[in-house]
Design a protein around this ligand. Structure first.
Ligand code: KG4
Ligand code: ZN
Length: 342
């Protein structure tokens, strides 16, 4: 059995965790920076990097102490090396390099998206490759065929906003604060999902890509009209987003070589309405549905440590670079309009 220290600092969660190859999360710490970023309504990269720099070292010390472990006991140190906000990524990666050097332990540079993509296998030992993955977070919205560690085929991405971003922007329009996803989900429970007519961008189109910018603008117009209760807007937005996701997924699943399981990962996978809709979609197609527990969906270091477990044996050089962009499928065709989220 091996044990890996994971470090995550690519956005606004600072996190460290120890995970074994037999899927035990031995110790973990996670600190969100919501309070620091809330006054600005979004993540401020410079503030995020400073907060990571202050919090990470004591956090690593805490997980090592809790497990009663020394650096020499580790089989590898895995750190997010991208994609993400580069200042934060550098804090985590440089810390991992220093520890790897001090303890003479292999360094594994992990793609944050791969952390999300493999996290369902940490939660569910029976989940085998290949599987279909809906990866929905604050910065990414993709459908992938996960064929093995490091082997991803991207079938769809967003041509504008990511799904989590759409939730966050809706929350901002409704004055629900930041981060918005959980707040929109809570308010949506009190509203009528059919009350506000909202568009379903790209639904009905033959390509499986996502678009949420038009939906966000329609939410803004609905709010400004003064005609609707906020709860109805939240519920109708969530329903429209959900309809888009299910329609896009159906197209992508039809287009990909069949797989036995539909898997969801990333922060938005914590959303209960989305989990239920995806489970129904999987059942209707005779597929298994797998979703990690909500705490493993939003950013965390256990998924980075797990990606390190999956990659055990790899040893990255100490001069490996932090990467603001790092697509899981470099061969994927560029998509009209897709920017940094591709
Ligand atoms: O994976 P994650 O923690 O960070 C990124 O890598 O982006 O995802 C964060 C995103 C945010 O946009 C947040 O609003 C969204 O996930 N999110 C949710 C929920 N929980 C988090 N969206 C909808 N419903 C939720 N319950
Ligand atoms: Zn993430």
């Amino acid at each position: 059995m091996g044990i890996v220290l994971g470090i995550e600092s690519s956005c606004d969660e600072t996190a460290a965790a120890l995970v074994t190859t037999d899927r035990a999360i031995v110790a973990q710490r996670i600190a969100s920076q919501d309070a620091e970023h809330a006054p600005y309504g979004g993540v401020v990269p410079e503030i995020a990097a400073r907060a990571h720099a202050e919090r990470l070292a004591p956090m690593i010390e805490a997980v090592m102490d809790e497990a009663g472990m020394a650096l020499a006991d580790l089989d590898a140190i895995a750190a997010t090396a991208g994609p993400g906000l580069i200042g934060g990524v550098m804090v985590g990666l440089v810390s991992a390099k220093a520890l790897a050097m001090a303890g003479d332990v292999p360094l594994i540079a992990v793609n944050h998206l791969e952390g999300h993509a493999l996290s369902p296998r940490l939660a569910d030992p029976t989940l085998e490759f290949p599987y279909a993955l809906l990866l929905v977070s604050g910065g990414h919205c993709q459908i992938l065929r996960v064929e093995g560690v490091g082997r991803y085929r991207r079938l769809a991405t967003t041509i504008d906003d990511a799904l989590g971003e759409a939730f966050d922007k809706t929350a901002k329009i409704l004055g629900l604060g930041f981060p918005g996803g959980p707040a929109v989900e809570r308010l949506a429970r009190e509203g009528d999902p059919r009350a506000v007519p909202l568009p379903r961008p790209l639904v009905g189109s033959g390509e499986p890509h996502f678009s949420f910018a038009g939906l966000k603008s329609a939410v803004l117009r609905a709010k400004e009209s003064g005609k609707h209760a906020d709860a109805d807007i939240a519920a109708s937005f969530q329903q429209a987003a959900l309809d888009c996701v299910c329609d896009r997924l159906a197209i992508a699943l039809d287009a990909m070589e069949p797989v036995p399981a539909l898997v969801v990962a990333g922060g938005v996978a914590a959303n209960r309405a989305i989990r239920t809709a995806l489970e129904d979609l999987a059942n209707a197609r005779g597929m298994r549905f797998v979703a990690p527990p909500p705490g493993l969906c939003t950013d965390n270091a256990a998924m980075i440590a797990w990606a390190g477990c999956e990659r055990l044996g790899q040893s990255d050089p100490l001069d490996i670079a932090a990467r603001p962009r790092w697509p899981l499928d470099p061969e994927a065709e560029p998509v009209r309009g897709a920017g940094y989220k591709a």
